[in-house]
Design a protein around this ligand. Structure first.
Ligand code: ZN
Length: 267
């Protein structure tokens, strides 16, 4: 039983899971956007993702992706829906029952409507900040959120389909979550027991592998000190440094075994 929100519950090792990265689209921007105050004027193409965890007890999805209705999505090239991507690996989005939402930015939490039977797991402090705190209505936050999507999650919570997690929790055999603030007030990292040991789907705790290799976050940062503490805790729990998977790195498709168009098997 966790006693502090910063405790870590290692995923059970009696179940082995596989992690798939499903690309949803791409965008080209300045490297300084994804590596804090670094490489101004150097363009980089990053991808949007959801992650599908296949375990012996079924499917757990990390993040919802987003619909083309969301204004920010207009800048995304080659947009595909997570529904179509999941179908390529034999997963019916209509049947998914468990979705972990890493944080409430539009590109991770704007697709709850794709999963009509799912329960969504969100960190309590993330949910409370973005749905209740008036500071979340200022531009630094509204630029990266989607108000209608947040309202939809409030409704889903009223319907009993959002479960708030306060710190660490077990989600399924071989899968647990931990609180890792910094990028947002309550970002949630998913820990997965894999053939190579414990891996972390960090989502936007790092946009790129480079953020972890060089120990520097992206420029989208709410709390730098909290980020450094979260990074150290994640590094301490994974079985190898290269088992921390970031939120937007194109290398997740190009460097790993190809499964289908825009889909790779990370581990
Ligand atoms: Zn993101």
């Amino acid at each position: 039983m966790a006693t502090s929100v910063f405790d870590i519950l290692s995923p059970s090792i009696d179940r082995m899971c596989e992690i798939y990265a499903l690309k949803l689209g791409e965008i080209t921007r300045d490297t300084s956007f994804v590596v804090y105050l670094t490489d101004f004027g150097v363009p980089i193409t990053t991808f949007y993702y959801v992650w599908c965890i296949k375990g012996s007890d079924g499917i757990v999805l990390v993040d919802t992706g987003f619909t083309s209705k969301i204004p920010q999505s207009q800048a995304v090239r080659n947009l595909t829906s997570p529904v179509d991507q999941l179908a390529k690996i034999g997963v019916d989005a209509n049947e998914i029952s468990t979705v972990i939402i890493s944080h409430l930015h539009w590109d991770h939490a704007g697709g709850s409507s794709f999963f009509p039977k799912a329960t969504f797991y969100i960190q309590k402090r993330e949910f409370e900040f973005f749905t209740e705190n008036p500071l979340s209505k200022y531009k630094p936050f509204t630029k990266v959120t989607y108000q209608e999507g947040l309202e939809q999650l409030v409704k889903l919570r009223e319907a009993g389909r959002v479960k708030l997690v306060d710190g660490a929790a077990y989600i399924a055999p071989g899968i647990s979550v931990m609180l890792a603030p910094g990028h947002t007030p309550g970002l949630m990292v998913t820990l997965v027991n894999t053939a190579r040991g414990i891996a972390a789907i960090s989502s936007d705790c790092g946009h790129l592998f480079r953020n972890f290799e060089e120990e520097i976050p992206s420029s989208i940062i709410t709390d730098m000190i909290a980020w450094l503490e979260s990074y150290q805790r994640i590094k301490g729990v994974v079985s190898a440094p290269d088992l921390i998977f970031p939120g937007h790195d194109a290398l997740m498709i190009t460097r790993y075994p190809h499964v289908a168009e825009g889909i790779s098997k990370l581990v």
